[in-house]
Design a protein around this ligand. Structure first.
Ligand SMILES: [Zn+2]
Ligand SMILES: [Zn+2]
Length: 166
């Protein structure tokens, strides 16, 4: 995921790059290409990169445990200054000297893709999850457990009714 910024004139440019997720060195859960869509604002003293990344990754639903292929997305900014490297406490700041022909964004892409995986993973917002009693995947089957839970209530009512009748 390399930006050959020297090929571009001053101004704003859209740059799209894609690279196989395995070639990029993502984990084996990633599949297909990683897409990088970059808006590069190049001026005399600096380059501002606004980057969007998408990738497909095998995820496991926190509710039902099923594996599914999910698309993840993240964005980040990198600012590059055309000057000698100096100490910088800011994140995502780079210094480009005459030797730097390119800007390699591979590390940022990898980092931000890893961060893009949500804390709570759901195969679907409406995922019904697993039955707490029998473990059946309620997205696929309807188990009998709920009915059994209702039965004792009816039994009590029947008993009550019988008692009243007697
Ligand atoms: Zn699920
Ligand atoms: Zn059940």
């Amino acid at each position: 995921m390399i930006i050959k910024y020297k090929n571009y004139t001053s101004g704003v440019h859209s740059i799209d790059e894609r690279k196989d997720s395995q070639e990029l060195g993502m984990g084996e859960d990633y599949t297909g290409d990683v897409l990088l869509s970059c808006s590069m604002d190049k001026s005399q003293h600096q380059i501002l990169l606004n980057c969007e990344i998408t990738a497909n990754v095998k995820l496991s639903c926190d509710r039902c445990g099923e594996d599914f292929l999910g698309e993840i997305y993240n964005e980040f900014q990198v600012t590059c200054f055309f000057e000698e490297e100096r100490e910088s406490k800011e994140e995502n700041v780079r210094f480009l000297t005459a030797e730097n022909e390119i800007i390699d964004l591979s590390e940022e892409v990898k980092e931000y893709l890893t961060l893009a995986i949500p804390m709570k993973i759901l195969c679907d917002d409406d995922c019904k999850g697993l039955c707490v009693s029998c473990g059946a995947n309620l997205n696929e089957v309807t188990c009998e457990c709920n009915k059994e839970k209702i039965n004792p209530i009816w039994d009590e009512l029947k008993k009550l009714k019988n008692n009243l009748n007697n």
